[in-house]
Design a protein around this ligand. Structure first.
Ligand code: NAD
Length: 266
């Protein structure tokens, strides 16, 4: 299986190149970056401190999606529509970890999923996918006598908030209660906002330093508080999960899949 990495010079892109080079039974198909990126024309393996592999960082996603059996996208939301339509056109499976997608970008992934296998997850780690299941379960057991607040912290460079994982945890909690998150979500509190509405699911966002990704779901009741959470200390967990998702697409029928499908949790 040949795996291509779009955005290969990014923080996740570099980890993904390393994970593909380290994985058994897969080969690197190449990598792309935006025009003008200093990594363009550099050997993709040298970029991550490995011996040269003879593939240079390019700027043509069509060529990469033609050469690869599957392409992994951890880039920016604006790039996702183009990659999704190229994946469908070239019959190339797609793994998308990019977060903060707008509805038309999400629709483009669903459309590609009609033609090729597409795996999308806001968080590709095994631990967070377990946390999603636990959050849904705990929310269902406790009901809305317990106030749910989701706290996340990421490094100072992260551009979207709340994180895609925090929102996924919110959806899991809402699903446990049998409601839609949009109806109860409280994403910002500032000024004289009044007391908390019953059933609200609140979010708090912290940014700073080099934090890879911390998430805590708080269930606050009268006289007790339950907290369940996850801390990622290395981006490698996401990269390994993404490569596992890429391998899982082999021979799969078209569809829009989640990491929970990949891990056999659903
Ligand atoms: P980053 O800014 O370090 O890297 C993004 C890279 O994509 C950059 O190098 C940029 O030049 C490149 N890029 C942008 N548009 C492109 C295009 N059209 N073609 C090719 N390359 C393009 O960001 P990051 O920290 O690596 O995060 C990237 C995304 O992955 C974010 O949305 C982040 O939230 C998400 N993320 C997801 C997970 C997960 O497990 N799903 C984990 C970590 C980060």
């Amino acid at each position: 299986m040949k795996i291509g990495i779009v955005g290969c010079a990014g923080r996740m892109g570099r980890n993904l190149v390393r994970a593909v080079l380290a994985a058994e039974g897969v080969a690197l198909a190449g990598g792309t970056e935006t025009a003008g990126n200093p990594a363009i024309d550099e050997d993709v393996a040298v970029l991550v401190g490995e011996p040269a592999c003879g593939l240079t960082v390019g700027n043509d996603p069509a060529a990469l999606l033609d050469a690869g059996d599957v392409v992994i996208d951890f880039t920016v939301p604006a790039a996702v529509i183009g990659h999704a339509s190229l994946a469908a056109r070239h019959g190339c499976a797609l793994v998308v970890g990019t977060t903060g997608l707008a509805s038309e970008q999400q629709e483009a992934l669903a459309a590609a999923g009609e033609v090729v296998p597409v795996v999308q997850a806001a968080n590709m780690s095994v631990g967070v996918n377990l946390l999603l299941g636990l959050t849904r379960q705990v929310a269902a057991i406790l009901g809305d006598d317990y106030d749910i607040e989701i706290v996340e912290m990421h490094h100072r460079h992260k551009v979207d908030a709340p994180s895609g994982t925090a929102l996924a945890l919110g959806h899991a909690a809402a699903a446990g209660r049998g409601i839609a998150l949009d109806a109860v979500s409280q994403r910002v509190r500032d000024g004289h906002v009044g007391s908390r509405r019953r059933g609200e699911i609140g979010f708090a966002t912290l940014r700073g330093g080099d934090v890879v990704g911390d998430h805590t779901v708080v269930f606050a009741g009268d006289g007790e508080r339950i907290e369940i959470g996850h801390r990622a200390s290395s981006r490698e967990v996401f990269a390994r999960g993404a490569v596992r998702a890429a391998q899982w697409t082999a021979g799969r029928p078209p569809g829009l899949y989640s990491m929970r499908n990949v891990l056999g949790l659903e």
